[in-house]
Design a protein around this ligand. Sequence first.
Ligand code: CUA
Length: 152
Amino acid sequence: TYEKAWLIAAMLLIVGFIATITYGSIGLGIAMVDDEGGSIDPNEVFDHEEFSDPGVQQVGEDEYEVYVRAQTFTFVPSPIEVPAGSEVTFHVTSPDVIHGFSVVGTNVNTMVIPGEISTMTVEFDEPGEYGLVCNEYCGPQHHEMSGQLIVT
Ligand code: CUA
């Protein structure tokens, strides 16, 4: 019947959309796997161990958690070193004002609000060096706020 044909056509269209989106993210070589967040009291950022002494933690064979403090006017730690081909989850927060966390040349780009933990999971396929920049005006040295990400 016509009704059935339309239903099948609609389903094929949906499958096509999903395939396109999936291909689009794989095609970049940098996959955003998921996006979740959390929040803490902005005045207590330094009371949380992962943000008072932030860094890279290996949590699985090919899985890393990276804690980053975006603060006027630097990223801590820097450089950040992660191996290629692994799943890297960034958790970024700010103890002071709104900053940005952007990995230059990739689609990794997020706003960092004091006390809000911006979380994103990324896979870097190839070794390389990336700049980290802040893309939210955060004060007079905003344009100098930068860091480095090394994929080994
Ligand atoms: Cu931090 Cu602009």
